[in-house]
Every structure is written in C-alpha cells, then in structure tokens.
Design a protein around this ligand. Structure first.
Ligand code: C5P
Length: 223
C-alpha cells in the first residue's frame, strides 16, 4: 500500500466496532485508536478523585490534563472497561467543552501513524461515535456498524460474564439504551452515520461475516 489509509468505524455501544477494527488493523497493518478511551480516561480520572460527573467544568479540567501516555496508563485500571467506567465516559462525553478539548489528541494520531513499538503503520483505523463525521471527515473508508439494542446488550453481557463480572442482562440492556439515548441526543456531534459511510447491521451476522463484508468493501475501494 503506497498511500496512507484512514478507516473509520462508528456506531453504538457494543455493536462490534472494536472486534472489527482490530481485525482490519491486523489485516492492513494499521495503527488502531479506540476513541472511546479518551472519554473513559476522563471519566475514570473523575471517579478516582470522587469528583461530581455532572460538573462539566471539572470534567473539562480533567480533559485538559489528559495526555496519550496518561490515557494508556489509566486503561490498565480494572474500572476502565467496567460498566461504571462506561457510564462515566458516556456522561463526560456529552459535554461540548470536553469533546473539543480532546479533538486534537484524536486527530494527531493520524498525522504520523506508528504502532506502540514505534514502527511505522500503513495508516490508521479509528473506532468511536463521530470519527467519520468529526474526527476524520476525510477518511478513505467509513463504516457505521449497528445492531439491535437486545443483540448488543446480550453481546456485552456475555463479555462481562466471561470476565467473571456479576451482572444482570436487564441492567446491561438498560445501560445500552441509556448510552444510545445520550449518544443520539448530544448537542455537539450526535452519533449519526457519515453521508458516505457504509452501514452494516450486524444483528444476524457472525464476527467473521462482518469482517468479510468489510474486507470486500475495502478491496473494492482499493481497486
Ligand atoms: O466505545 P466506548 O463504550 O468505549 O465509549 C465510551 C463512551 O464514550 C460511549 O458511551 C460514548 O458516549 C462516548 N464516545 C463518544 N465519542 C466517541 C467514542 C466514544 O462520545 N468517538
């Protein structure tokens, strides 16, 4: 590949964005940025200091202090991927001031794409809610991955159970719906597919089927 490829994968919580992005990153030699991490990091900084998540000014202050290295360090914390961590991320991500503060960190990642060990990558794959619309509107290929809320809740529930977490399916479904609501109704950058995004409903598809469909689109585009 002689040009720098940028792929974006957006969509609601637990639609399978992360799994697809990781597989595409491996196949095409792309550096991967899971952009939900920036909001999870800010949410966790607040939780750790017992700060009020409803205080947008404090959330912005935390966002100002966030660096890429700090985000990677926080990602090792067990609360980072927990349901409480996800809810905190969802709340802080609804503040415009937090979103604009974290824009550059996300955009800069595509400027000089490298893997964690410093070797150069063929490009970048972003996953999130607004990566094809706001972070990287000039991306070469954009996907919007979705699935019914019931299917997504079941997938997230299975993940939690596999990690040994004690959760109820009903609570996970409520959480998925609450996060969808916040993502859809955010004043700033509400979640919606980019006009040029390929929309994939994964409700009835296996991980491998989703991957093969995405690869077929990419190969067509690269011709
Ligand atoms: O994808 P993940 O569950 O890690 O995202 C955590 C939260 O961050 C989501 O609930 C979503 O509200 C928010 N988010 C966002 N914009 C992104 C990525 C995530 O608002 N690009």
């Amino acid at each position: 590949m002689h040009f720098e490829m940028i792929i974006t994968v957006d969509g609601p919580a637990a639609a399978g964005k992360g799994t697809l992005s990781q597989k595409l990153a491996d196949k095409y030699g792309l550096a991967y940025f899971d952009t939900g991490m920036v909001y999870r990091a800010v949410g966790l900084m607040m939780l750790k200091q017992s700060l009020d998540l409803n205080d947008a000014d404090l959330a912005k202050k935390m966002a100002e202090q966030l660096t890429f290295a700090k985000m990677m360090e926080l990602s090792l914390d067990k609360e980072f991927r927990s349901s409480v961590g996800g809810q905190a991320a969802s709340i802080v991500s609804s503040y415009s001031s937090v979103r604009s503060q974290l824009l550059d960190m996300q955009r800069n990642f595509a400027k000089n794409p490298t893997f964690a060990d410093g070797t150069p990558a063929n490009g970048v794959i972003y996953d999130g809610r607004d990566t094809g619309t706001v972070i990287c509107p000039h991306a070469n290929i954009k996907f919007f991955i979705t699935a019914s809320s019931e299917v997504r809740a079941k997938r997230r529930y299975d993940e939690f159970v596999q990690k040994g977490m004690n959760v109820q399916l009903d609570d996970v479904l409520k959480d998925v719906k609450a996060r969808d609501e916040r993502d859809a109704n955010r004043k700033d950058a509400p979640m919606k597919p980019a006009d040029d995004a390929i929309i994939l409903d994964t409700s009835d598809l296996s991980i491998e089927e989703v991957f093969q469909k995405a690869v077929a689109f990419i190969e067509e585009k690269l011709k």
